[in-house]
Design a protein around this ligand. Structure first.
Ligand code: AMP
Length: 201
């Protein structure tokens, strides 16, 4: 997909894209983990790339990364500006569609962390994994599995493998972190992890 010209301030370091929920009703543990992740990512000097909103886990992560002195890049479709309460204290790019948002988030990131979220988060990570399945990218995908939030998703993927729909090797296409500290540790080593080809049809 070709994107319209956007101007993004240069950043020499690594960037992590955080996919996470925008709901304000999320359990406190999840909001807290997003807050802690934003702060910790800033602490190791990684830029946080996210959906640009000021609500739910998204807002918690962006605010804490910003407060900790980290770089944050928000990418928001114009039509969601007020619904997701654009957090404009950080660098923000306003795009025209969900597709542009995702493409830019992918392009701007070296690794992905998937925190608890709703159907929007699910959509984002499933596309990310489906692209990995086709070897269109080799970037690390780390599930932040607070309180076992993603266990049912992993069970569905195992079911897909058992039914012959997905190669068993694909279960290694992501890693799981039960805590923010583990997710940060996995980010730090992610550069050294060799990529396994998944598309062997
Ligand atoms: P949710 O997990 O449902 O709370 O949504 C988390 C974020 O994903 C929100 O910022 C949504 O706007 C965003 N989102 C939902 N669907 C898509 C999509 N198809 N492409 C890009 N972002 C999306």
């Amino acid at each position: 997909m070709s994107l319209p010209e956007v101007s993004i301030a240069p950043f020499e370091g690594k960037s992590v894209c955080l996919f996470c929920g925008a709901a304000e009703s999320a359990h406190h543990d999840y909001v807290q983990s997003a807050h802690d992740f934003g702060e910790a990512a800033a602490g190791i000097g990684w830029r946080l790339v996210y959906g640009g909103g000021g609500v739910g886990l998204m807002g918690a992560a962006a605010r804490s990364a910003h407060a900790a002195g980290g770089r944050v890049l928000g990418i928001m479709p114009g039509f969601l500006r007020s619904r997701e309460r654009l957090f404009d204290e950080v660098e923000t790019i306003v795009v025209t569609s969900m597709h542009e948002r995702k493409q830019l988030m992918y392009d701007q990131s070296d690794a992905f962390v998937v925190a608890p979220g709703g159907v929007g988060t699910l959509e984002e990570v499933v596309e990310l994994l489906s692209w990995k399945r086709l070897d269109l990218h080799a970037k690390p995908v780390i599930f932040l599995n607070i309180n076992g939030f993603w266990d049912t998703f992993f069970a569905l993927m195992r079911h897909s493998v058992e039914e012959g729909m997905t190669p068993p090797s694909f279960l290694n296409a992501w890693t799981v972190a039960d805590t923010v500290e583990e997710a940060i540790a996995q980010l730090r080593v992610s550069d050294d992890t060799p990529h396994v080809k998944h598309d062997q049809r």
